[in-house]
Design a protein around this ligand. Structure first.
Ligand SMILES: [Zn+2]
Length: 66
């Protein structure tokens, strides 16, 4: 069994790892799983910082007005 992303041989644990939602074999090594997970997290962080930036801009505008 090889990782479907990077084609590395999977170890016993990775080869039997299933998606908790779909119950399908992931066929993905731990490294690639972490990569896809961190991508999701960094996307959330981007949205978070975008929101913070907006609120900062609003604060600045308020300061200028007052
Ligand atoms: Zn991989």
């Amino acid at each position: 069994m090889k990782c479907k992303v990077c084609d590395q041989l999977l170890n016993e644990y990775e080869a039997v790892k299933k998606d908790p939602v779909t119950k399908q074999y992931l066929d993905t090594c731990t490294y690639c799983l972490n990569m896809s997970r961190s991508k999701t997290i960094s996307k959330m962080e981007e949205e978070e910082s975008f929101r913070e930036e907006n609120s900062y801009t609003n604060d600045e505008n308020c300061d200028t007005i007052s």
